[in-house]
Design a protein around this ligand. Sequence first.
Ligand code: SAH
Length: 345
Amino acid sequence: MTQNTSHTTNTKNSTTTSDKPATTPQRKPTTTVKPQAKSTLHPRNPHQGRYDFERLTKALPELAQYTITNPSGEPTINFSDAEAVLTLNKALLALHYNIKYWDLPKGYLCPPIPGRADYIHQVADLLNDNNSGSENKKPHVLDIGTGASLIYPIVGSQSYGWYFTATDIDPVSINTTKTICEVNPNLKKMVTVKQQTNPKNIFKGIIGEHDYFDITVCNPPFHASMQDVLDANNRKQTKLQKNRARRNPNSQNANRFADAKNNLNFGGQNAELWTEGGEYAFITRMINESVDYAQQVNWFTTLVSKAENLKPLDALLRRVGAQQIKTINMKHGQKSSRVLAWRFK
Ligand code: SAH
């Protein structure tokens, strides 16, 4: 069942004790809780229910060679096989986003597309809710840490016609995304790629003096060390194997998948997945920097993967003078995540 909840704290005029100045008079913050959507994914997310292998294989015939049948007789792939996952992604991008060419360098993070698309549809609601997209102009979105996959710019530009500036610190990701834009004419005119040359910076060096963004999005590197990355992946692989073995205890596949430990099936280079201090440190830096761009960005947003980080981040946002803070909860299958959004107006 889906739990898409949205929780708004309007800190306009709230009491703040600030590192950086909050200039507004005082009033008690208001909190709004939006009703929950019924389905697992956002209602506009096209990736509802099971993958449609017939349509996907039509869009990308090479998917056929990775398609297997699960114990209930339904088509699927081996999600522990990185090549199979990559090919499924190519097919999804071809079918739903008209992407004719997309590939990743070996070992790079291969994003699960349905969950990534959900963030974009939540962002669309945020833009509409507040009439923040200029009336006759399509919104301009800044994607912080686009990865090699360019996933948010692809989904956002092809679903809504938004313009994107996509950043990353990793030169291989930057080159890959440039190639993806170059060979897909429907992306070329919508997406600009910019390398962040200082890994300590997030907006600085990217948002120029005369730039304006309707919204920023980010899926931050969330582990604090490479060991954390491996531990989390092992937990995920063990869960995948247990689920398979439970569904079909006699299957040969149940044993085959047991070798998948330590195999990062969704890939991910070291720097992509972890950052000193984990996501908390990364988002803290982002919030502190956002103050300097308060007038050039309407909404700042980021994914927060650890729920326990929300409270201290909310406290920081109040200290730096955010006027509105929203938390949008998302749930896809077993995985919960949330979007934290804030603005200074
Ligand atoms: N958006 C992609 C990738 C997320 S992984 C997805 O959702 O699948 C996080 C990304 O942030 C990595 O590609 C990493 O290289 C990048 N990154 C880390 N520090 C950064 C910084 N200071 N500025 C921009 N990108 C950064």
